[in-house]
Design a protein around this ligand. Structure first.
Ligand code: SAM
Length: 287
């Protein structure tokens, strides 16, 4: 008998016929914002959980895996990133990780939904850990799609920490958005993207590859298993005009990691280099 039956349950609606459910041990916040349905609750296994439009965005217990990989892989591969752009990322944890790099002089966060930032400040204070108020931070409430197509600003690294391609996040997977990112990168800069769980969302991976390849000299993916992005390996898109950045020797990554002084819980240089090894079904889907 299921011990949790008397407790309300939140079931993710991302996949048809399969999903994950969480007990809502304590509902903290629920509202339809101007852009999406936002819910925040406590769950005994994963800690605080945020979902948007029925899809899990982040939890306090496993967020470090995703955010360390989204920030440290491109920044340490680049080696001298000063200006970093985050599209989405309203919970503030990508921003937190980016600002841990002493080379970064300015981090710009372009988030469409001010409510996500406000509620993350309130209910996920350790996600941002002061990053929203860091003097190196610039926050813009805007659509990332419009921003990358219009801005005159240029960035060494762009991190697209978006929702899935449903609702306001859909445009962040379009050819026009990727072209805007390419336009905003300094020569040899890197774009990384939240690209879904490859076993479950292989079409999303294939579509992004098809759309990125005409724009960038080197397009690939790297991965990490994040428990609450259920279904296996979370795929992160990688696009740059400098192919060497994806093939750095382990010793180079180790030297940069040591120099950065970072303390991490998931990322390390061996994980960094190994993360670019893709399962054969992904290699074949991309060929
Ligand atoms: N790590 C999460 C994941 O893998 O699902 C993403 C988390 S973060 C909360 C995603 C953010 O992207 C949301 O706050 C959402 O409001 C924002 N977003 C969605 N579409 C956007 C757009 N067009 N421009 C800027 N931000 C957008």
């Amino acid at each position: 008998m299921n011990k949790t039956l008397s407790v309300p349950v939140y079931t993710e609606t991302l996949y048809d016929g399969y999903g994950q459910s969480f007990t809502i041990d304590h509902l903290l916040f629920e509202q339809r914002t101007e852009h999406q349905h936002l819910i925040i609750f406590e769950n005994r296994m994963h800690g605080r959980v945020m979902a948007l439009d029925g899809i899990i965005q982040t939890t306090t217990n496993d967020e470090f895996i995703y955010h360390e990989m989204m920030a440290h892989v491109p920044i340490l591969a680049h080696g001298a990133a000063e200006r970093v752009l985050i599209i989405g990322g309203g919970d503030g944890a990508s921003l937190r990780e980016v600002l841990r790099h002493p080379t970064v002089t300015q981090a710009t966060l372009v988030e469409i939904d001010a409510q996500v930032i406000e509620m993350s400040r309130t209910y996920f204070p350790n996600h941002s850990a002061g990053a929203f108020d860091n003097p190196r931070t610039r926050i813009l409430i805007a659509d990332g799609f419009d921003y990358v197509r219009q801005t005159a600003d240029r960035y060494d690294v762009i991190i697209c920490d978006s929702t899935d391609p449903i609702g306001p996040g859909e445009v962040l997977f379009s050819p026009e958005f990727y072209a805007g990112c390419h336009r905003c990168l300094t020569p040899g800069g890197v774009l990384v993207t939240q690209n879904g769980v490859c076993f479950m969302q292989i079409e999303e991976v294939r579509n992004s590859a098809d759309r990125l390849r005409p724009l960038f000299a080197d397009v690939s993916f790297y991965g990490a298993a994040v428990p609450t992005y259920i279904g296996g390996i979370m795929t992160m898109g990688w696009a740059t005009d400098n192919p060497a950045l994806r093939q750095l020797p382990l010793a180079t990554v180790q030297a940069r990691f040591q120099q950065s002084g970072l303390q991490t819980r998931y990322y390390n240089p061996a994980i960094h280099t190994a993360a670019f090894a893709l399962p054969q079904y992904v290699v074949e889907a991309l060929s």
